[in-house]
Structures are given as structure tokens and as C-alpha cells.
Design a protein around this ligand. Structure first.
Ligand code: AMP
Length: 266
């Protein structure tokens, strides 16, 4: 496994792998890696001959009041988790390396970005499409793997690749949960023990809501009931609980931590 910090560096290693007849699989992350990320690396491993993982906490997808500086950074541990998974190249660019032209947003996200996250984090998908397109440009992968945990993001990336005719196959990886059903997230590290107990109830509410939808419930009623239960369980607020893409999706607050999750209906 090789670590590189520059675009030239990653391009050189990828070109070498290609010369050896390998296809390139790519997993972009913000680090603080957990089993959710590693499951995507395993998918990439299965689908491609050479696996590239990027670790970059992207400043352009955080608003000034958000947790960019507090976001967990655990580079050494991340590398020690990636090595046994068979990652070949870890790309750890600096912001200057990825944004030599500054943070001016060049790309706008497509219609999938409308609503949901955008209503509460209007800067978010602009930051995501800009960083992912820059990473794609540097790595030039054949396939890229994204988690269904960030379901709207997965749709926005699919749209971007289609719109730009990028020859990259986007694969969605299933949500990895802990033994209580809590979707793994780097942000779970923010939760104190009491908040963790509350956080673990989110998935139950969403699975029940998906059941209610399958039994013919009206989206509006099901989402209202789910929101009511979330607040009763101790969540401080729900930014949204909504049905889209045959899934029920939610963003909730427990204390100062924002969690997102979603469950398939069909
Ligand atoms: P992040 O480091 O949070 O930006 O996430 C990097 C990638 O890992 C994204 O494609 C996420 O959707 C994915 N991911 C994060 N958590 C999970 C999870 N619990 N299960 C599956 N994929 C995940």
C-alpha cells in the first residue's frame, strides 16, 4: 500500500497500475474510517484490480458554523485499517493540492440535490460535486463506490457523472450498522453515552416507518408519526423525515450532533 499526497503522485501510481492491465476502483472518504468505509473498500477490491482510497476532509462542504475543525482526524489509524483490506493507493491531498485555484465553486449539483439536505445545508452538495469531480479528475477511476448511508449524495454523484459523460461506474454500498442498528458514522464519535442511547433509536423508527409505508400508509402520515416518535425518544429536532426514491430518509439532531439515516421501502 502506497500513500501519496499530490495529484501527480496518484496519477503516476494509477498509470502504472493501468499499464499492468488493472482496472481502477476508487473510494473517496473524509477519514475517521470505520466498518462502513471498509465495506466500500471491499466492494472496490471485488470490482477492480487496483483500489485507491482518498482521505480528505473537504472544507467546501462545511458551512462556517459547522464542524470542519472538530471533524475527527485519525490518519495513522486509518492507514492501519486500510492496509489489511488490500487498498493499493491512499491519496491524502492537502486543500492547496486539490484547490490550487481557491475554493470558487465551478460545478453546480443537479436536481437530485433539491430539498432534503439542501434545505438545511445549502452549501453541501456544491462542495461535494466540486471535491468529487476534482478527485475523479486526479484518480480517473473506472469504478467508484459510495455508501447508501448518504443516499441523496449517491444520487447527486450519479447525476454528475451522467451529465459530464464521465466513464465511471458508480456503485452504491449498503449501510453498515452497529449491533443496535445505528448506522456507522464518523460523527457518532461526538455522542456522549446518553446521546448514544437516543441515537440508537433512529433506525428502529425508520424501519417501522418503512413497514407502515409497505402496509399502504400515506407518506405524509407515516413521516409525521416518525417525527413524533423521534422527538419522544429524545431527539432535539428533526430537520426532515421524508419519502423519496422509494426510501424513507431522515436527518435528526441529538444535542449538537446531526445524524442522517435512511431505509428502503420496497
Ligand atoms: P465520509 O467519510 O463520511 O464522507 O464517507 C465516505 C463514504 O463512506 C461515503 O460514500 C459514505 O456514504 C460512506 N459511508 C459512511 N458511513 C457508512 C455506513 N455506515 N455504511 C456504508 N457506507 C458508509
Amino acid at each position: 500500500m502506497k500513500s501519496v499526497h499530490t495529484r501527480d503522485g496518484v496519477q503516476e501510481l494509477v498509470a502504472e497500475a493501468r499499464k499492468g492491465g488493472k482496472t481502477i476502483g476508487f473510494v473517496p472518504t473524509m477519514g475517521a474510517l470505520h466498518e462502513g468505509h471498509l465495506s466500500l473498500v471491499r466492494i472496490a477490491r471485488r470490482e477492480a484490480g487496483c483500489v485507491v482510497v482518498s482521505i480528505f476532509v473537504n472544507p467546501t462542504q462545511f458551512a462556517p458554523h459547522e464542524d470542519f475543525s472538530a471533524y475527527p482526524r485519525t490518519e495513522e489509524k486509518d492507514l492501519s485499517l486500510l492496509e489489511p483490506e488490500g487498498a493499493d493507493i491512499v491519496f491524502l491531498p492537502t486543500a492547496a493540492e486539490l484547490y490550487p485555484d481557491g475554493f470558487g465553486a465551478a460545478l453546480a449539483p443537479g436536481p437530485a440535490a433539491q430539498g432534503l439536505e439542501t434545505d438545511f445545508r445549502p452549501h453541501f452538495f456544491g462542495g461535494v460535486v466540486n471535491v468529487v469531480s476534482r478527485l475523479f479528475h486526479a484518480v480517473k477511476p473506472d469504478i467508484a463506490v459510495f455508501g447508501e448511508k448518504d443516499f441523496q449524495q449517491l444520487q447527486v454523484i450519479r447525476e454528475m457523472v451522467e451529465k459530464l459523460h464521465q466513464p465511471i461506474k458508480i456503485i452504491g454500498g449498503p449501510i453498515i450498522r452497529d449491533e443496535y442498528g445505528l448506522a456507522l458514522s464518523s460523527r457518532n464519535a461526538y455522542l456522549n453515552p446518553e446521546e448514544l442511547l437516543i441515537a440508537r433509536t433512529l433506525n428502529r423508527v425508520l424501519f417501522d416507518a418503512a413497514d407502515a409505508m409497505r402496509k399502504g400508509g400515506k407518506a405524509e402520515d407515516v413521516c409525521r408519526e416518525a417525527r413524533f416518535r423521534l422527538l419522544k425518544n429524545g431527539f432535539d429536532n428533526a430537520d426532515y423525515v421524508e419519502v423519496r426514491w422509494d426510501r424513507i430518509l431522515a436527518a435528526v439532531w441529538v444535542g449538537r450532533t446531526r445524524l442522517i439515516d435512511n431505509v428502503a421501502i420496497g
